[in-house]
Design a protein around this ligand. Structure first.
Ligand SMILES: Cc1ncc(COP(=O)(O)O)c(C=O)c1O
Length: 383
């Protein structure tokens, strides 16, 4: 019978040293580090008077969402309807869908989901009058109005109305539509999150906050209230907590961090306020080449959009990794450094956490050398 990794590894739960006996490649969470990240962001938001609605596109896990809500988050943000369905099913409140639901099947699923949840617990962004009219029509099946936020493109323009005038037009239409309830404004600038130079990131984020504050003020003058003003990722979470432009943060990656975000958030000699808590453990499967060993993690194990994995444990930290096919990686220790032995475990920091998680079925949750639990990646692949 075929067995998946979590079935094979489950007997290791609680076994001393179980972390080092895992079948690989295994996605790992360092539980104490993740817990500190959740607590740090929650404390930061509280201290700065902003709400936190963490984005679950990073982890796709009901268990982690529960822990974020228990630490003070007002709910979660989801990018796909499938993620939102999984979160509502898991009892997570305050679910905001941060991308428009447009096709007839997505609109039908959205309405069904909103009916299943308590009023206010499912919200969706809108950026187009035609979509607004279609949502309103579909919402007539609901026993309560459908909660919507107007999406502003924020200069990024992946989704969102492109100008203040368009935002106000959408807001007025939503407010006048009895089958919809206007809840707020979304302004997510994905293009700012990974700007490495803090000054440059800070200036761009300040300009966006000014624009957002202007939109909110103009709406108020027209009698339109955005109770929720949501945006910000991990890269601008601290910047966007200033000046009361945003009422809440949607940061996601802070819970795990990755190689790219660690570079972005390190500020001069100040380390990142969040720790890496996500790793992939591989095993050395071949040692016959002179200059490298081969590990069992390749492009089906790590995302390939943001560079290469970095060694965290089990090999010289200066060893370089190169993708070596779907299921293999080439690990090149520096000259003179010891080479990991056949079967040795090597753990890596992921290049980009979100798309790496989506390549795995389960998290192996470790505390020190012990495997404490295995959690499913509940919303893996859910669209
Ligand atoms: C709309 C939206 N909000 C929030 C986030 C979370 O950002 P980060 O992972 O940078 O914290 C993302 C990430 O892509 C996003 O698309």
């Amino acid at each position: 019978m075929p067995q998946d990794l979590q079935q094979v590894n489950a007997p290791l739960i609680g076994v001393p040293g179980g972390r080092h006996l895992l079948d690989t490649p295994a996605l790992l969470i360092d539980l104490p580090a993740m817990t500190r990240n959740i607590e740090r962001m929650a404390a930061f938001a509280k201290a700065h008077g902003v709400n936190l609605r963490p984005h679950v596109k990073t982890h796709k896990s009901v268990e982690i969402a529960r822990r974020q809500v228990a630490a003070g988050a007002v709910g979660v943000s989801c990018v796909t309807l499938g993620e939102a369905e999984v979160m509502v099913q898991g009892g997570i409140p305050g679910v905001l869908i941060t991308s428009p639901a447009v096709t007839p099947s997505k609109i039908a699923r959205l309405v069904k989901l909103a009916q299943r949840a308590r009023p206010g617990d499912v919200m969706v962004v809108i950026d187009n009058p035609q979509n607004l009219a279609e949502l309103a029509r579909a919402a007539s099946e609901l026993t309560h109005p459908l909660d919507v936020l107007v999406d502003y493109g924020a200069g990024y323009n992946r989704t969102g109305a492109a100008t203040q005038a368009k935002v106000l037009e959408m807001a007025a239409l939503a407010a006048a539509e009895p089958r919809l309830r206007l809840r707020g404004l979304q302004a997510y600038a994905g293009n700012l999150q990974h700007i490495v130079a803090r000054e440059e990131r800070g200036a761009a984020a300040a300009a966006l906050r000014e624009t957002v504050a202007g939109i909110v003020a103009a709406a108020r003058r027209q009698g339109l209230n955005f109770d929720i003003v949501t945006g910000a990722g991990t890269g601008t979470h601290d910047l966007d907590s200033q000046q009361n432009a945003f009422t809440e943060l949607q940061a996601g990656s802070y819970v795990f961090m990755d190689a790219e975000y660690s570079r972005v958030l390190a500020d001069g000699d100040q380390p990142s306020p969040f720790e890496t808590s996500l790793f992939v453990q591989t095993a050395v499967v071949s040692t016959n080449a002179a200059d490298w060993v081969t590990v069992d993690g390749g492009t089906k194990c790590f995302s390939t959009d943001s560079g290469v994995p970095l060694v965290a444990k089990g090999a010289d930290a200066a060893s370089r990794y190169a993708f070596f096919g779907d299921e293999h990686g080439k690990l090149m220790p520096p000259a003179g450094a010891p080479r990991p032995a056949l079967g040795a475990r090597v753990e890596f920091v992921t290049p980009h956490c979100d798309p790496t998680v989506n390549l795995h079925d389960a998290y192996h949750v470790v505390e020190g050398g012990t495997l404490a639990a295995i959690w499913p990646v509940d919303a893996r692949g859910r669209r």
